[in-house]
Design a protein around this ligand. Structure first.
Ligand SMILES: [Zn+2]
Length: 161
């Protein structure tokens, strides 16, 4: 099972990128520290925070993120949480609401994508909650590029020895 996360209010971009990689991240900018901990406990998730004075209960894993830059944040998560980047599943989760995406055909989404996209992409994924539509041609390369950058900077080669 891939790890799940709950991100605190300062880590909205990190939450979006982890979702773009396919990981389950609960994020609500209005949660207090204690609510973040409670959510993480409920979900068996790792709590992610930027706050060095964040509570550190014995029964919830808390990862204090050191950097302000999202690529470095992702690299830290890849290093310190049991995240297998090879198992990342780009375009399987809505980056806005964390919902698992459902496959959609071109004819199901024709009115929700630009004409050029409609003409050049066959396969789509749609969020059942917010109806956002994702497709490989635009979103895939950007996500894969970030994944490759994170894999190279997280030192996964070293840890394999
Ligand atoms: Zn959505």
């Amino acid at each position: 099972m891939p790890p799940r996360f709950v991100a605190d209010s300062m880590l909205g971009r990190l939450a979006k990128w982890l979702r773009a990689f396919g990981f389950d991240v609960f994020y609500d900018p209005f949660l207090s520290d204690h609510e973040v901990i409670a959510r993480a406990r409920e979900r068996g998730a790792i709590a992610l925070t930027r706050d060095t004075r964040f509570p550190d209960p014995a029964d919830v894993r808390v990862l204090v993120i050191g950097s302000n830059h999202v690529s470095e944040q992702l690299a830290q998560v890849a290093r310190e949480a049991p995240v297998d980047l090879d198992a990342a599943r780009p375009l399987t989760r809505c980056t806005v609401c964390n919902e698992t995406l459902a496959p959609a055909t071109r004819d199901e989404v024709w009115d929700r994508v630009p004409p050029f996209v409609y003409l050049t992409n066959e396969a789509y994924a749609r969020c059942p909650r917010c109806e956002r539509v994702y497709w490989e041609g635009t979103h895939g390369p950007r996500i894969r590029k970030q994944l490759a950058r994170v894999a190279s900077s997280s030192g996964t080669e070293e840890s394999k020895e």
